[in-house]
Design a protein around this ligand. Structure first.
Ligand SMILES: Nc1ncnc2c1ncn2[C@@H]1O[C@H](COP(=O)(O)OP(=O)(O)O)[C@@H](O)[C@H]1O
Ligand SMILES: [Mg+2]
Length: 284
């Protein structure tokens, strides 16, 4: 009877492997849909706010006949229109590259577009953004996916600072490794050491559910960030101290090959404080 058991064990293993493959694909779809859903809800919300400004100032202009009030209203309407155009341009740029294609990408522009999308939400939660824009070369990236990573990290940072605070975004270039580095640092609650090794696991969450803006609570965000960064042959790392804050760094290869002589591979990202924790085994 032992002969008949061997093939069936193999077939069970094969079937399980197939099931795992299918579940992995489903998780990827869920990640994409969650990100798209959050992007749509953020954009619609922002766009609606802009429309409210346009409608209210138009009504005010109609009610007041004096030139000064009307000029003031027109200026507000023009500013709101420009903001609406910025929001749609950002979203349209993303829609252009919905596939997996990698191309030379201006990461600073992605940061700018992400700030436009989230600035009102961040202001509402009394969070100030400090974007430290270093001179960096283009990265070999999929802009849509990098924006997905950045929005996830910025929303997590916002949710970690319920009392408000400062969110630092810092863009820099490391010529030694030929990598573009983007740091997202908050001054929020921090992550306890025992949770830190699990935060990139799919479905790991400490939130009770989506917040009032419909974001978070799925535990999918950081798992998607890690998958995306790894598909870019990049690295994502976290450093966190409870009560002080959290810093995530993503590193993405520059689009053009390094001109400098090959240098020793650097293992960490220079952030003051605790040791850096790789999200997954560091690949050299
Ligand atoms: N900036 C941060 N500050 C504190 N905790 C964080 C931060 N980012 C992520 N976390 C922790 O990691 C968990 C997983 O994050 P994520 O995968 O984005 O899922 P979700 O936001 O849906 O909970 C969060 O529930 C939270 O406990
Ligand atoms: Mg999240």
């Amino acid at each position: 009877m032992t002969h008949s058991q061997a093939p069936s064990e193999t077939s069970i293993i094969e079937r399980q492997a197939k099931e795992i493959e299918i579940l992995k694909r489903r998780l990827l779809e869920a990640q994409k849909l969650t990100a798209l859903g959050e992007l749509v809800s953020t954009t619609t919300h922002e766009f609606n706010n802009v429309l409210m400004s346009v409608i209210n100032y138009a009504r005010m202009g109609l009610r007041h006949t004096d030139d000064q009030t009307r000029n003031n209203c027109f200026e507000k309407i023009a500013a709101a229109g420009e903001r609406a155009a910025k929001i749609t341009t950002g979203v349209l740029a993303l829609a252009k590259n919905r596939g997996d294609r990698m191309e030379p990408t201006d990461i600073a522009k992605i940061v700018d577009d992400s700030i436009v999308l989230l600035e009102r939400e961040l202001r509402k939660y009394r969070i100030a953004i400090d974007f430290q824009r270093g001179e960096v070369p283009q990265a070999l990236a999929n802009g849509n996916q990098v924006q997905q990573v950045l929005l996830n990290l910025m929303i997590n940072a916002r949710q970690a600072m319920p009392q408000g605070g400062q969110l630092i975004l810092k863009l820099s270039f490391d010529p030694q490794s030929n990598m573009v580095d983007l740091l997202v640092r908050d001054h929020g609650c921090g992550i306890p050491a025992d949770q830190l090794p699990h935060i990139f696991d799919a479905f790991f969450t400490t939130k009770s559910g989506p917040d009032e803006t419909g974001k978070g609570g799925t535990g999918i965000g950081l798992a998607a960030c890690r998958d995306i960064v790894e598909a870019h042959k990049g690295k994502i790392r976290v450093q966190s101290t409870v009560g002080v804050g959290t810093a995530f760094t993503i590193r993405i290869p520059a689009a053009t090959a390094n001109q400098a002589a090959p240098a020793p591979v650097s293992r960490g990202v220079p952030i003051a404080g605790n040791e850096m924790l790789p999200a997954s085994p560091v690949r050299q």
